[in-house]
Design a protein. Structure first.
Length: 320
C-alpha cells in the first residue's frame, strides 16, 4: 500500500500546528486526531511579535500617515490628493513623518501583544476545551492581548499622531514632542485616548486573530503542497487586517481627533464623536477609509509573514 499521500498530509498538519501563528490551536479539521504541539516559548512569542510589528510599520506607515491627515483635517479632497500634496510640500521623507516613534515602539508592543496572545490562548483553551470551539479560544486570546498591549501603545500613538498632523516646518522629533506633551499635562496628556483605545482594541483584537485563524485554516484545507503554505499566511493576514480596519475605523477616527487636539479642547472621546457627527455629518466617522483599505492588506500580510517566519525558524531549530 502506498502511504506517501498519508505522510504528506501528516507533514502538512504538523507544520500547521507548530507554525500556524498561534501555533498550537490551528488544526485543519478539529475532528482530526493530531499530535499536541507544545505551547510557544516566551522568547519565540516575543521575537516573532517584534519582527512582525516592525514589518507592519515599515509597509504601512505611509498609508497610516495619510489616514491620520484625512481624519484630522478637511483640507484634502481624498487619499490621492493627500498623497500628492504631501509629496509636493514635504517630499518622500514627508510620507514617513512620525515613523520613528512607532518603529521604536512597535517591537516591544507587538512582542508583548503576541506573548500575551499566546498566554490568552492557553487560558482560552481552559474555558473552551472542545476542539470545535477553538476560534472562541483564539478570540479570547486576542481580547486578552489588548489589555497589557494598550498600556504601551497609547503614548506612542499620541506622539505619532501629533507628529503626523504637524507641518513640515515643525522640527520637533519624537523625544522633543514627548517632552512637550509631558510638560503640558504629564501622564494624563501622554495617555490621552487610553480608554477609547482599549474600547477599540479588545473587540478588534479578538476579531483580528480569530479571522486570521479562520482564513488561514480555510486556505490550508485546500492545499496539498507545503510550498504554498506561506501564501496562505500572507492572504490570511491581509484579510484579517482589512476586516479589522473596516470594523474599527469609526472609533479610530474619534481616537485620532481626540489625541491630536490641544489639551482641554474636548472633555471626552464621546464629545469628539458628538461634535464630529453634528458638524461634519456621520460620514466623518469614515474619513480615512481609502488609506485604511489600501494599507491594511499589505501591512498585515507583512506582519503575519514576519510572525510566522520566526515561528518556523524556531521549529527548524528544534529539528521539526
Amino acid at each position: 500500500m502506498d502511504t506517501r499521500g498519508e505522510e504528506k498530509r501528516g507533514r502538512l498538519g504538523h507544520w500547521q500546528i507548530n507554525s500556524a501563528g498561534m501555533a498550537d490551536l490551528h488544526e485543519i479539521n478539529p475532528k482530526d486526531i493530531l499530535p499536541q504541539a507544545p505551547a510557544p516559548r516566551p522568547l519565540e512569542s516575543l521575537l516573532s511579535g517584534a519582527i512582525g510589528g516592525m514589518s507592519l510599520v515599515l509597509v504601512g506607515h505611509p498609508f497610516d500617515l495619510v489616514k491620520v491627515r484625512l481624519q484630522t483635517s478637511t483640507q484634502f479632497a481624498g487619499m490621492r490628493d493627500a498623497f500628492q500634496m504631501l509629496l509636493r510640500r514635504e517630499g518622500v521623507p514627508g510620507i514617513y513623518r512620525g515613523v520613528t516613534a512607532p518603529l521604536l515602539g512597535v517591537a516591544p508592543i507587538m512582542a508583548l501583544s503576541i506573548w500575551s496572545y499566546d498566554t490568552g490562548c492557553r487560558l482560552g483553551r481552559l474555558v473552551y476545551a472542545d476542539a470545535a470551539d477553538k476560534y472562541k479560544a483564539i478570540a479570547l486570546g486576542g481580547a486578552f492581548s489588548a489589555l497589557p498591549t494598550s498600556l504601551l501603545q497609547v503614548p506612542g500613538d499620541r506622539i505619532k499622531t501629533l507628529l503626523q498632523v504637524s507641518n513640515a516646518r515643525s522640527h520637533a522629533g519624537p523625544v522633543e514632542k514627548t517632552l512637550q506633551v509631558w510638560r503640558s499635562g504629564g501622564w494624563p496628556s501622554l495617555y490621552r485616548g487610553y480608554w477609547i483605545t482599549l474600547a477599540r482594541e479588545i473587540p478588534g483584537s479578538a476579531i483580528y486573530f480569530a479571522n486570521y485563524a479562520r482564513a488561514r485554516d480555510c486556505f490550508q484545507a485546500h492545499v496539498t503542497d507545503e510550498r504554498w503554505l506561506p501564501v496562505g499566511v500572507l492572504l490570511a493576514g491581509g484579510v484579517a487586517g482589512t476586516l479589522n480596519g473596516l470594523l474599527t475605523l469609526p472609533i479610530d477616527v474619534v481616537k485620532s481627533r481626540y489625541q491630536a487636539a490641544p489639551d482641554g479642547a474636548f472633555g471626552s472621546a464621546r464629545e469628539v464623536a458628538r461634535r464630529l457627527a453634528h458638524l461634519e455629518g456621520a460620514g466623518a466617522l469614515l474619513r480615512g477609509l481609502g488609506p485604511v483599505l489600501v494599507r491594511a492588506f499589505p501591512a498585515n500580510a507583512a506582519c503575519f509573514g514576519g510572525i510566522e517566519s520566526v515561528r518556523y525558524a524556531f521549529k527548524c531549530l528544534d529539528g521539526g
